[in-house]
Every structure is written in structure tokens, then in C-alpha cells.
Ligand binder design. Sequence first.
Ligand code: NAD
Ligand code: WQD
Length: 340
Amino acid sequence: MKKILVTGGLGYIGSHTVVALQQNGYSVVIIDNLSNSTIETLEGITQITKTPPEFERLDVRNKNELSSFFEKYQNIEGVIHFAASKAVGESVENPLLYYENNVASLVYLLQECKLRGIANFIFSSSCTVYGEPDTLPINEEAPIKKAISPYGNTKQICEEIISDFCDVSAFNAISLRYFNPVGAHDSALIGELPVGVPQNLVPFITQTAAGVRDQLSVFGDDYPTPDGSCIRDYIHVVDLANAHVKAIERLIRAENSKKFRIFNVGTGKGSSVLEIVAAFEEVTGVKLNYKIVDRRQGDIIAVYADTTKANQELGWKAEYDIKVALRSAWEWEKKVRGLN
Ligand code: NAD
Ligand code: WQD
């Protein structure tokens, strides 16, 4: 069995990817420092796959611990690097934390890969690198816009670091630019666990429906879009997880592989905030208490992916629509709140 290291593997996207990897015949070792996840997720993964992944609690920023880890696990074939901090607002308040946790730890990990001859690497990037697109849907050739937050900047810098490293070494890397991941595993055994007040739309919706929040604020209905609210490409986290399996397969086969490749991972379909609210009400039967408020500073008006490249070169395509994703998000929220 090929062994894959998943950093941040107890986090939201990482945990779903661990499940997908195990279900596709990979063995997995997870590194996580539990800074934004809980150890119970390991139990959730194990309940789904019936196979406990190996787990080491460590911080990727700790060079010594990282080195000892690679001494212990000699047979790693590929790395999927999720571990990072991801709160945009926090990154504005504390940019150094973001440059250390997202950029420095990538460098340490690449140094270990170089030392150990590990050549396959997948990086978690984001559609945030595109900023406000000039054309829609957006493909991978679109220009990178100046980042509006340190978080977004870390994704741009990390892609450049990986690209520079690939230029001078026998290293195969893929950067997956995620659009907006939503939903949870259909077992409701793993899902998203935001700390504090959710910044993202779907967790705020499910928490409002569950009575944890009083009211959802819809940030603006005066944008130049059909219903005036912003448009995003919401992708089911299970589809996103499967894209990683396709990407690691592609790297290991290294068939026609260019050294550094970038793929959009979205559905190709845009949905507005008000459409998401309506779809949630329809699939769950729960009426949402929401009100239109002012625009949120820094929001992109509309962005959705051209996924042709991932469809053709990874043989991957999103299977689930937004309604399936929203239903799974609600099932997970009910489970977390004991509402079932
Ligand atoms: P998450 O916070 O749920 O998962 C990240 C995991 O990494 C957590 O379990 C956390 O404890 C761990 N971690 C953080 N720093 C670490 C460190 N120094 N050492 C060890 N473990 C560490 O986030 P997520 O939503 O699963 O995102 C995963 C990746 O995808 C991140 O790189 C994020 O920037 C990227 N991404 C996320 C989104 C999104 O909307 N969720 C969109 C685009 C890109
Ligand atoms: C989606 C839409 C909001 C909350 C952020 C990061 C980005 C990326 C994904 C990682 C927007 C609206 C939201 C609410 C609302 N992460 N909204 N009320 O803005 O696409 O991107 O997450 O890389 O870097 O910036 O996602 O879920 O925050 O918002 O009306 O309470 O929902 O205005 O139009 P976004 P989001």
C-alpha cells in the first residue's frame, strides 16, 4: 500500500481527504497540531473507513519534530499539505502568524521532501489568488491579482515557492485552487467545526437554523448580479476530497507530468447568497431568519471556476450539487448540536 502523509489531516478538508484516500487503497499518516481541530475527528474517520490512520500530533513549524517524524516514517510516497491557518480577518490582525504558519512551514516540509527524496506533493491553494476576475468562468491562466489579505498572499507566495523548487529539482507538485468547500460526509461522522462565530456562509446558515445564531446577515443585495447578492462556486467537500485522490494518482503515475501544475477545483456553477439561502430552506424545510445588511468589505462580486483542466487532465469532475451539499451540512450541524 502506498503511504501518503496528510498534514492538517484532522481539519475540515483534510479529514474528508483521508477518508477518500483510505477508501481508494492508500495508507495514511496524519500530522496535525490540533490548533483548529479535535482528536475526535480521528475516531470519526476510523468509524467510516474501519481503518485507523496513523496519527502524529506535531506542529509543522517545529523543524526538529518534523525531522524526527520523517526519520520514523521512511516509506512516504506523497504529501498532501493542508496544514495552515485560514481565517482572512485574523491574518490582517496577525500577519506574522500567517507568514510563519503558512509559508515557513511549507518551506520546512519541502526541505524534508528534498532530503528524503519524496517527489509527490499536493498543495491546498485557493481561488482567492484570482481576486476579482475579469472574465467568468475563471480558468488557471487568469492573472493573479494583488492579494487583499495576508492569508491570500500566503497562497500566492506558497505557489511561487513550490514552482521555484520544481524548476530545479525532480519534484512533481500540484496546486489545487479550491473554490468554496461546503457540506460534510454523508455519515455525519466528520464535518466542518468552526471555532467561534463562523466567517463563512454555510456554517453561519446551519448554526442559524440550529438556533446557535439569531440571524444570518446577507452581506449586500446591491451588487451587479441577477439578484444583487454575491456569487460563488460552492463545492461539496467530498468532491473536493476526491480531487486529491485523482491528483495523487496523477503524480504517482507521473504520466506526461509537467513538474508543477495548477488546477481549479470547483463545480463550474455559480450560486448567489440568496440562492443558497433558498436552496437550504427547500432541502431542509427549515425557515431561515435572515436580513440584508451592508456589503462586507473586500468581498469579490462573483467568481466560479472553469474546471475543464481538472476534468480533462485529472479525470475528475464534481458529482454533487449544492442541494446535496447543503443537506449534508445540515445533517452534520444537527449531529454536532444533538438535534437528531
Ligand atoms: P482547517 O483549519 O479545518 O484544517 C487545517 C488543519 O491543519 C487543522 O486540523 C489544524 O489543526 C492543522 N494545522 C494548522 N497549522 C498547523 C501546524 N502548524 N502544524 C500541524 N497542523 C496544523 O482548514 P480547512 O478548511 O480544512 O483547510 C485546509 C487547507 O485548505 C488550508 O491550507 C486552507 O488554507 C485551504 N483552503 C481552505 C478553504 C476553505 O474555505 N475551507 C478554501 C481554500 C483553501
Ligand atoms: C461567501 C458569500 C459573503 C457570511 C472566504 C475566504 C477565501 C476562501 C473561502 C480560503 C460571500 C456571503 C458570508 C455571512 C454572507 N478561503 N456571506 N453572510 O467570501 O468566498 O471566501 O472563504 O481560501 O479566502 O475569503 O466565502 O463563505 O465567507 O462568503 O452574506 O454571514 O457569502 O458576503 O458573498 P468567500 P464566505
